[in-house]
Unconditional design. Structure first.
Length: 115
C-alpha cells in the first residue's frame, strides 16, 4: 500500500462565529469572534452569475480544506472563514461542512463569498 499524500495547507485562516450582546440601552449588537486560527487550502471551484435588478452579481463557490479539529469548536454552517486576499479580508460564509474520510484527517468547508 502506498503512502497517503499530504495536502499542502499554506493559507492562514480564521474561523469566526457570530455573537450577540445586549448593551446598557437594551439594544442587541452582533459581532464576530474568532473560534479557531489554522492553516488551510483554498480552492475556488467556479460559480454562477445572477442578476439583481440592473446589477449582475458573481456567486463563487469555494472549498476550504482544513485539518480535522481535535480542539476548539468544530466548524458549522453558522460560522464564516476570513483570510487575507491580496491585502484585504476575504469573507466566506460556510454553507456546509463535510468530513470526507473515516480517518477524520480533513474537513471540507463548502463556502460562498459574503454578500
Amino acid at each position: 500500500m502506498g503512502a497517503i499524500p499530504v495536502r499542502r495547507l499554506s493559507q492562514r485562516i480564521r474561523i469566526e462565529e457570530r455573537s450577540t450582546a445586549v448593551d446598557d440601552a437594551g439594544q442587541q449588537t452582533q459581532s464576530w469572534s474568532v473560534v479557531r486560527r489554522c492553516s488551510a487550502q483554498i480552492w475556488d471551484r467556479g460559480g454562477t452569475q445572477t442578476r439583481i435588478g440592473n446589477q449582475e452579481i458573481a456567486i463563487l463557490d469555494t472549498v476550504v480544506i482544513i485539518h480535522y479539529p481535535r480542539e476548539d469548536k468544530f466548524p458549522t454552517a453558522e460560522m464564516r472563514v476570513v483570510y487575507d486576499y491580496f491585502d484585504r479580508d476575504r469573507v466566506l460564509n460556510i454553507i456546509s461542512v463535510q468530513v470526507k474520510d473515516a480517518r477524520r484527517k480533513e474537513v471540507f468547508l463548502i463556502c460562498k463569498d459574503e454578500d
